[in-house]
Design a protein around this ligand. Structure first.
Ligand code: DX5
Ligand code: ZN
Length: 214
């Protein structure tokens, strides 16, 4: 399992310490949640914080844009050092254009779906993307409860990926803990994002290792 801990639940007074902890852990990526207070009802952090994350992180940044009109900011996040840019299907009017724009920077492009958006809407774009991020909570906050229907969406997406000959990874974000992580793994997920489960743990390094073994 690829593990992408979300720094939304890190201690922002000790961001360097938390980034260095991730560096020592089995985390594969660092998940960076950008919220604009418009697409989602919360504001997280912006460019200066991402600069600090990049400075202290040794792992690729998996940037999740919860912002309207993400195309406007692709160049900015590329220059900040993102390795993956996730844009919401619901926020991108011209999704195909945004994906090409991201790829133009030699960055991996991922499309993200809210819990109520069916995976079938990706039929005509799956071949173009490197990853699909399925939200298993309504985006905006850490620490919410996993929405069980996500497991059926993973299974449908696995079949669709086979049928279309796509190799896009399937990433799950929201409400991941020991139990939901196991369920996502057996449904066919390739990547797990975990925020509160990792940073709220006594031993985050051990939690990350347990996820990576799934
Ligand atoms: C929610 C964010 C998530 C969040 C997950 O909108 O996209 O990445 O950090 O937090 P947990 O793992 O606590 O549900
Ligand atoms: Zn996220």
């Amino acid at each position: 399992m690829i593990v992408s801990p979300s720094v939304l639940s890190a201690d922002f007074g000790n961001l360097q310490r938390d980034c260095e902890m991730l560096g020592r852990s089995k985390a594969d990526w660092v998940h960076v949640d950008v919220m604009d207070g418009v697409f989602v009802p919360n504001i997280s952090f912006g460019m200066p914080v991402i600069k600090a994350l990049k400075k202290y992180s040794t792992k690729p940044l998996d940037v999740h844009l919860m912002i309207v009109d993400p195309d406007r900011y692709v160049d900015t996040f590329a220059s900040l050092g993102a390795s993956i840019i996730n844009v919401h299907y619901e926020a991108a009017t011209h999704l195909d254009r945004v994906i090409s724009h991201i790829h133009g920077h030699n960055i991996k492009a991922a499309v993200t779906l809210n819990p109520s958006t069916p995976v079938e809407l990706l039929e005509d774009v799956l071949a173009e993307v490197d990853m699909v991020l399925l939200m298993s909570v309504n985006p905006g906050f850490g620490g919410q409860k996993f929405i069980g229907n996500t497991l059926r969406k993973i299974e449908r997406l696995v079949k669709m990926r086979e049928r279309l000959g796509s190799s896009a990874l399937i990433e799950i974000d929201g409400g991941i803990n020991a139990e939901t992580a196991r369920q996502c793994a057996s449904a066919g997920a390739d990547v797990l994002v975990a925020g509160s489960y990792v940073f709220g743990a006594e031993d985050p390094i051990a939690v990350i290792e347990s996820l990576s073994k799934l």
